[in-house]
Design a protein around this ligand. Structure first.
Ligand SMILES: [Cu+2]
Length: 116
């Protein structure tokens, strides 16, 4: 940091502090129409998340929650993954909330569809 102007140092600190974990990609992807029931749902974020304080739920077309199972093992630090039961054809809504490594809660939702 020696020689870095004071203003630049402050800007750097702000940038690091606001590095939330944003959803980068998912499987199934947002808006995807899949032909077969996906065995697992995976969300990948831009940063490490606090796994124990992060959650995801899946609602079926009648807004009923799908029973999810934890994926065994520690998992990757930037991912949230769950096992899905066999899903009947229909529309599904994924709702997620994660605690970013920077302490911010971030949430979002998207849909996917299992084709008949
Ligand atoms: Cu943040």
């Amino acid at each position: 940091m020696r020689g870095l102007p004071w203003a630049a140092a402050v800007l750097l600190a702000v940038t690091v502090a606001s590095a939330h974990s944003l959803l980068v990609e998912s499987s199934p992807a947002a808006g995807a129409v899949v032909r077969t029931s996906p065995g697992r749902l995976t969300l990948r974020f831009s940063n490490r998340i606090e796994q124990a304080l992060s959650r995801v739920r899946v609602l079926d077309g009648r807004n009923q929650p799908v029973t999810l199972e934890a994926v065994p093992g520690p998992g990757e630090p930037d991912r949230l993954a769950v096992r899905l039961p066999p899903l009947p054809a229909g529309r599904y809504r994924v709702e997620w909330q994660v605690l970013s490594a920077d302490g911010h809660l971030v949430s979002g939702a998207f849909r996917f569809q299992v084709a008949p």
